[in-house]
Design a protein around this ligand. Structure first.
Ligand code: 4H6
Length: 224
């Protein structure tokens, strides 16, 4: 999978490219991230890509021309790329949606700043508007990085083992509790079954804990 990212802050993406799961995926050539500085598509010497909002108000709006030119440039190389705009108005990102996106060959992520992009970009150039949750953040970059991480983990071979199969949500449930050494600390002990060596009992206990956890912490997931 190739991610092309359109942003005013390409340096932010070093946060996910230099270490961790995504860095490993890049090393194995299972994925690549290409950033595009939107200011390079400005048509003026100040490198502006935004202007005042029609109708008034304080905020600035990202203009159509630089964004459209940048997308068209990416499409010269990847004509079938799906353009995703990260915004609070988008369809909510879930495990299921991340998995669907992970089957695509090329994704272009458009990161908004200011008040977002001119609506005509959404109408004409954007294939899918996605939100990472019902809250506002200062720019689309962090949302794009969340999407890149969640999608990349679903690409076969990106995770060392195939533990994504056991992720919370992969089976519609939350995770079971985890313990490591020591067996006892400040009078808190590890559940006996985990020390028993009886794998069938351990699996059954974990499954039942996952169900109880989901009941207790996320009733909404159980009802669905
Ligand atoms: C598009 C439009 C994504 C992008 C407006 C982005 C939350 C999410 C942004 C804005 C985002 C999400 C700019 C509006 C800052 C508020 C960038 N916020 N905003 N939930 N912010 O996925 O002001």
């Amino acid at each position: 999978m190739r991610f092309d990212v359109i942003t005013l802050f390409p340096e932010m993406f070093s946060a996910i490219q230099d270490e961790g799961v995504i860095a490993r995926g890049i090393k194995k050539s299972l994925l690549s991230i290409n950033t595009w500085q939107l200011r390079d598509f400005s048509d003026n010497k100040h490198r502006n890509i935004d202007d005042k909002s029609y109708g008034g108000g304080a905020g600035m709006v990202m203009q159509v021309k630089p964004i459209r030119d940048c997308i068209n440039k990416i499409k010269q190389c990847k004509p079938k790329t799906k353009v995703i705009y990260l915004s609070p108005q988008g369809k909510k990102l879930t495990h299921r949606l991340a998995k669907e996106i992970s089957t695509l060959d090329s994704i272009t992520l458009l990161c908004g700043r200011y008040e977002g992009v001119d609506e005509r970009v959404i109408e004409h150039d954007v294939d899918m508007e996605i939100s990472i949750g019902d809250y506002v953040i200062s720019g689309g970059e962090l949302a794009a990085m969340v999407l890149i991480d969640a999608v990349s983990r679903q690409i076969p071979g990106v995770l060392g083992n195939q533990d994504s199969l056991n992720d919370s949500f992969a089976n519609g449930l939350l995770d079971y509790p985890h313990y490591t050494r020591p067996e006892e600390i400040d009078d808190q002990i590890v559940p006996e079954v985990l020390l028993s060596g009886h794998q069938a009992n351990i699996d059954a206990w974990r499954q039942s804990q996952a169900i109880q956890n989901t009941q207790k912490k996320r009733k909404d997931l159980v009802e669905k």
